[in-house]
Design a protein around this ligand. Structure first.
Ligand code: PLP
Length: 403
């Protein structure tokens, strides 16, 4: 279907929840995608931090094909090997002892919230159910996770929100200490706020949060939906931050593009979930788990993590050069291949300019460009991004729309 016709049909048949770029993507290979007219784009969005192996990775494709031919879905009424193997692999490489599988980041956080409340209920009885989250955070779009999300624009007109959530400023210990009381069950935090504009949690802050949680027997939940799976150069971001959570959530990169989410926890906490207390029809189905197993094996057994770390450093260098050169670049923030560039000018103008020059990039908020490419991105591809950004900034300086 021609792109213009597709756009019209989308308007007719799809609910209007998204603002989309005016292209129809039909295939992808490595770090590149191609539109209907055959134009090539270098993909620095990576399905919003999802396609960590790029597009069409042969190991992932083969794992999906094999599993699809064998068994796509049965149910959690029976055992399936891919699910158990994936859980074991995640446990072997994290702080956690147990895993619950679901289908998205929001569902993973929903599970984490329920698990924390149930653990607290079992141990302390009713009334100790509050979850403290961060202002500017993002945890999903279900009712519980949008309530957990500390952004008014996400919550607006969905009242009544879920009771039992409070919000504190990110990286502000005193405010958090004040918010934690006898009703608090858990603190939920992203190691790097992604949707909120790419803000990194301070190491000292997270250490103090950990101590506070341990001292008060309040659970620490890390939402690693965006930061997990090698994005920051280690399998999970917490490994670099010197702090272990009690519960961690994953999604996005876990299936390399196949929908899957996971909630991981220590055994003592996980035992609050027993048969009937939580479930998902599709959660951990063999197809999604086979895909995630292929992704995890590649991350753990190959050079990918090291390469992602090196490319992250290279990207940061390039972005700081841009910051030195252009006044419109106010700040560069992030870890590894999760970087935000805060601009004085409108970020969405840059997104459109990049698209015209064959680069996919994403804006989070009005003034922040977010760069979350596949972990297989190369040095020359990063050079190309910096070159294109420089061209765009130069043009806007010349036209007086940037400095
Ligand atoms: N948590 C974080 C940190 C996220 O970045 C996102 C999505 O952007 C979510 C949760 C929600 O994930 P999903 O869109 O898969 O429900």
């Amino acid at each position: 279907m021609p792109t213009e016709e597709l756009k019209q049909a989308a308007e007719l048949y799809l609910m209007g929840t998204y603002t989309r770029q005016p292209i129809s993507i039909v295939r992808g290979r490595g770090t590149k995608v191609y539109d209907l007219e055959g134009r090539e784009y270098l993909d620095f969005v990576g399905g919003i931090a999802v396609n960590i192996l790029g597009h069409g990775h042969s190991d992932l494709v083969l794992a999906i094909q094999r599993q699809a031919a064998l068994l796509i879905h049965t149910s959690n009424l029976y055992y399936t090997e891919p699910q158990v193997k994936l859980a074991q692999m995640l446990v072997d490489h994290s702080f956690a002892d147990k895993v619950f599988f679901c289908n998205s980041g929001a569902e993973a956080n929903e599970a984490a919230i329920k698990l924390a409340r149930r653990y607290s209920y079992d141990k302390y009885g009713a009334g100790r159910f509050e979850i403290v989250t961060m202002k500017n955070s993002f945890h999903g779009r279900t009712m519980a996770t949008l309530t957990a999300t500390g952004q008014e624009k996400v919550q607006k007109s969905y009242d009544p929100l879920l009771p039992g959530f409070s919000y504190v400023a990110f990286n502000h210990l005193a405010e958090l200490e004040q918010a934690v009381n006898e009703k608090t069950a858990a603190i939920m935090v992203e190691p790097i706020q992604g949707e909120g504009g790419v803000y990194v949690a301070d190491h000292d802050y997270l250490k103090a949060v950990r101590e506070l949680c341990t001292q008060k027997d309040v659970l620490l939940i890390f939402d690693e939906v965006q930061t997990g799976m090698g994005r920051t150069g280690t399998l999970f971001a917490y490994e670099q931050l010197g702090v272990e959570p009690d519960i961690m959530t994953l999604a996005k990169g876990l299936g390399g593009g196949v929908p899957i989410g996971a909630c991981l926890a220590k055994a003592e906490i996980a035992k609050a979930f027993e048969p009937g207390s939580h479930a998902s029809t599709f959660g951990g189905n063999p197809l999604a788990c086979a895909a995630a197993l292929a992704v995890l094996r590649l991350l753990l057994e190959g050079p990918l993590l090291n390469q992602a770390r090196r490319m992250g450093e290279y990207l940061v260098k390039g972005l700081f050069q841009c910051k030195d050169r252009y006044r419109t670049v106010r700040d560069v923030r992030g870890i590894g291949l999760m970087q935000g560039i805060e601009l004085e000018m409108d970020a969405n103008t840059v997104v459109s300019d990049c698209l015209r020059r064959g680069i996919l990039i994403n804006a989070t908020g009005e003034h922040v460009l977010r760069i979350v490419p596949p972990l297989i991105v190369s040095q020359s591809e990063i050079d190309r991004l910096i070159e294109v950004l420089s061209q765009i900034f130069n043009r806007h300086v010349a036209e007086g729309t940037a400095h």
